[in-house]
Design a protein. Structure first.
Ligand code: 8GT
Length: 128
């Protein structure tokens, strides 16, 4: 089982989503940026590192809002989501194809990775 952390980065009442590139697995799916936990790292450290590596911005994870296992048949992940504050930096797409700042209501217009569905349910509870 792969442990994956993802960041729900909030800025001006909008949420950041990123589109996976053609070269990544789950190509062109939208997601909350993040990645796999590495040995010796805690979840928040992994998130800060991944977001710097992927988008070149600084964030601060605040609240852990969900942890759900998803079975993609060929691999299985535990997707752990944190609410995060944007701190600084201009987004540079170092791995993804695109990004958007959108409202919660706009999420339904994007083709998100299947594992993200429970994250969205939890997010709705937290944004209320
Ligand atoms: N970051 C992220 N990954 C997700 C989400 N939903 C989801 O199913 N995943 C899956 O979780 C896995 C995360 O791996 P990744 O490829 O982003 O991680 P990484 O940067 O550490 O990968 P690499 O260094 O092996 O290339 C992928 O299989 C990805 O498809 C999500 O919302 N955010």
């Amino acid at each position: 089982m792969i442990q994956v952390v993802c960041a729900i980065i909030q800025k001006d009442n909008k949420i950041l989503i990123a589109q996976r590139s053609e070269k990544m697995n789950l190509p062109l799916k939208w997601e909350f940026p993040g990645g796999k936990l590495e040995a010796g790292e805690n979840e928040k450290e992994a998130l800060i590192r991944e977001i710097k590596e992927e988008l070149n911005i600084e964030i601060s994870p605040s609240q852990r809002i969900s942890s759900h296992i998803h079975d993609y048949v060929t691999f299985k992940i535990n997707l752990i989501a944190y609410l995060c504050e944007y701190i600084s930096g201009e987004i540079q797409l170092l791995e993804h194809k695109d990004f958007r700042y959108i409202t919660f209501e706009e999420l339904k217009n994007y083709n998100l990775a299947d594992a993200d569905i429970p994250v969205i349910t939890e997010l709705q509870r937290h944004l209320k």
